[in-house]
Design a binder for this molecule. Structure first.
Ligand code: MG
Ligand code: MG
Length: 250
């Protein structure tokens, strides 16, 4: 079932989104060489506690943390660990979520750790740009295929590939609601967007091939060819005034 949210409901989602944004700000500040991904999780937990928000990641199908931390060749769903120490030159995706009064926010950002190589910089910028192109189309009358095609055009146009096995989603009183939001087209097809629809759009863009694998822990999704991947996500409402990003700023 696809639900449309009222103005009051979107206001609660905006509050959840602000908590997610604050988690990101503090996690980004903490993500320096020598820090572990479990340290990043601890920073995010403090923000949730301070804001009186609940975690939508913790215990989700048994997930053990409040953020996903996905370095380098990890695409998504990396588990924070005291064994994963960030190094100069890494890139790191940090995916955060929060619940306020039963309403969810979900967003992700990929950042460089210290100075990174040129391809990694470009991968991050292109993935961010692919999300921005998609956000521009989160308006009444667009179709879901238009949103996916916008991501794909930017990513593939830059010589990268788009992950197809994992997609964005509707979001509201659950983190994952219908519809699924693929990061590929075709344009002109799929659900027509209407006022009150709220989507989490989350392009995952690979430097090499699009193929994925899941590690033995059952969570960690990696690129099959071992090359790097970037991931950006925002929670966005369709409003009569256009797209409203509920999880700004990162
Ligand atoms: Mg997310
Ligand atoms: Mg999501």
């Amino acid at each position: 079932m696809i639900t449309r949210k009222s103005r009051d409901q979107i206001a609660l989602m905006r509050r959840a989104g602000k908590v997610v944004a604050e988690m990101h700000e503090e996690c980004i500040r903490a993500a320096k060489p020598g820090v572990t991904t479990l340290d990043i999780d601890a920073v995010a937990r403090e923000v949730l506690e301070r804001r009186g928000a609940q975690s939508n990641f913790l215990n989700y199908h048994g997930f053990p943390a409040v953020v996903c931390t996905s370095p380098n060749n990890v695409i998504v769903h990396g588990i924070p660990s005291d064994q994963v120490v960030l190094e100069e030159g890494d890139i790191l995706s940090i995916d955060c979520g929060a619940i306020i009064e039963g309403w969810h926010g979900d967003a992700a950002v990929t950042i460089p750790v210290g100075d990174v190589d040129d391809e990694s910089k470009r991968l991050i910028e292109v993935t961010r740009a692919s999300l921005e192109a998609a956000i521009d189309l989160v308006v009444e009358g667009s179709r879901l295929g238009d949103v996916g095609a916008a991501v794909e055009d930017v990513a593939v146009g830059a010589g990268f590939t788009v992950v197809r096995e994992y997609v964005g989603h509707g979001i509201g009183t659950a983190m994952h609601e219908e519809p699924q939001v693929p990061n590929y087209g075709p344009a002109g097809r799929g659900l027509r967007l209407r006022d009150g629809l709220v989507l989490a759009i989350e392009p995952m863009v690979n430097a090499g091939g699009p193929e994925t694998e899941v590690r033995a822990d059952g969570w960690t999704v990696v690129t099959r060819d071992g090359r790097r991947s970037a991931h950006f996500e925002h929670t966005i409402a369709v409003t009569e005034h256009g797209p409203e990003v509920l999880t700004l700023p990162w």
